[in-house]
Design a protein. Sequence first.
Length: 232
Amino acid sequence: MSKRQPLVMMKGKKDGLVFVMDEKCSYDELVRELRDKLAMNRKHYQDGPLTSVKVQVGNRYLSNAQKDELADIIHSYENLFVADIESNVMTRKECAEITARRQLVPIKRMVRSGQVLEVEGDLLLIGDVNPGGMISATGDIYVMGALRGIAHAGVSGKEQEAIIAASVMKPTQLKIGRFMSRTEEEPADELKNDHLMECAFVDLSVNQIIIDRLQSISKNNRVSKVLASCNK
């Protein structure tokens, strides 16, 4: 007779433990086996070092109450804490929210002084942003024109992933997530023929916003995303 496949597999990693949960059994069976396996190693978990636990449930949907229950079971052992509960399944509402944050929103207009343009997703603005005007997006910002006002990308907080690109990059202020940068007043010929599109992004190695030529951003794995979006 073949041995029953365990419903909960506990794997040790450098940064803690990973609990891999069977995705086909009933939730109650899963909870029972989790309690039993933790009890079998009670002394180790009670007396050992503080250890993070990542719970992977695969293609199983967990309600918030079920996530809380699993976390409470694991937290009942003083030296264990849940770092994350990962599931490949989400509700339609969660899916719609993620889709909205990732959509490209093309807008053709000029943002004048005192005007504010806010979008959810990536903003592709075909037009200028005048001094005193402001644009913001939960994702990236691409300006096919002159950016002379304020631009805030990554409003959702994922600043290391957001960028701001403009044909003419002369903003009064740039914000990417929690990072902010002001540009100095510099005389320049914005209409010179050799002008190159520029892109601003957060360099976490120095914790500040960097502005570079768009053609140079490939080293940060950003150029393909920018060009693909701008060509839509």
